[in-house]
Design a protein around this ligand. Structure first.
Ligand code: AMP
Length: 215
């Protein structure tokens, strides 16, 4: 089963993907995480894209597709989190999945407004070690400054969660999102969720979708 999570940065798709992966045996494939891994490892690819990412721009499609293809295993249930993000990526993904006999089951759109996500992103704290995400206001770690999951004390505001990069990321998202949504609507795959609801409610709605035998 392949699920695709579409939504603005800060719409909660990463958090929900993490939870669903834990409880329902999915592998979460986040292109953002793969990219941050390349950057923190200072690989040639990471060094080439670091400036783009920190400025809130998209990484070129070829690099994204190489990263995804090299991490894709047959027979695994995936949640694609933050990928595809452009129409070209979606078309290329279909080709890659077709070759492997792995059709997309559902595309979940996390619908939310700019103002809510800007507020969420600027109070987001990310564990630099295990990528677990907190919100200073609504879901802080149990012990201030310490990751509940791995004990790391490196809980930081990501460079691209600084105000200037946030504005850029939302603009880039809006430019690319519509054709992508239309593509999946035309295939009858898109389901929209109200991502401004509390995380627990969104999680319950997602679970019932995924447990639905018709998915
Ligand atoms: P995310 O953690 O998903 O918000 O991604 C962080 C950053 O990584 C984005 O702002 C982009 O610079 C880059 N990125 C992640 N996924 C993609 C993608 N599918 N296409 C292009 N750029 C991406």
């Amino acid at each position: 089963m392949i699920l695709i999570f579409l939504g603005m940065p800060g719409s909660g798709k990463g958090t929900q993907a993490q939870l669903l992966a834990q409880h329902h045996n999915f592998v979460q494939l986040s292109t953002g995480d793969l990219i941050r891994h390349e950057i923190s490892g200072k690989t040639p690819r990471g060094l080439a894209i670091q400036n783009l990412v920190e400025a809130g721009e998209y990484v070129p499609d070829e690099i994204i597709l190489e990263l995804v293809e090299s991490n894709l295993l047959r027979g695994v249930k995936y949640i694609f989190d933050g990928f595809p993000r452009t129409l070209n990526q979606a078309v290329m993904l279909d080709k890659i999945l077709k070759e492997r006999g792995m059709p997309v089951s559902r595309v979940i759109q996390f619908a939310i407004d700019d103002k809510t996500v800007s507020e969420r992103l600027s109070s987001r704290l990310t564990c630099m070690k295990c990528n677990h995400v907190y919100n200073r206001m609504t879901s802080p770690p149990v012990k201030e400054g310490v990751c509940d999951e791995c004990g790391s004390t490196e809980l930081k505001l990501r460079k691209d969660d600084q105000p200037q990069s946030i504005a850029k990321r939302l603009k880039v998202y809006e430019e690319q999102a519509k054709p992508l949504e239309d593509y999946y609507i035309s295939q009858g795959l898109l389901i929209s969720l109200d991502a401004s609801l509390p995380a627990q409610t969104v999680g319950q709605q997602l679970e019932s979708l995924v447990l639905d035998r018709n998915v």
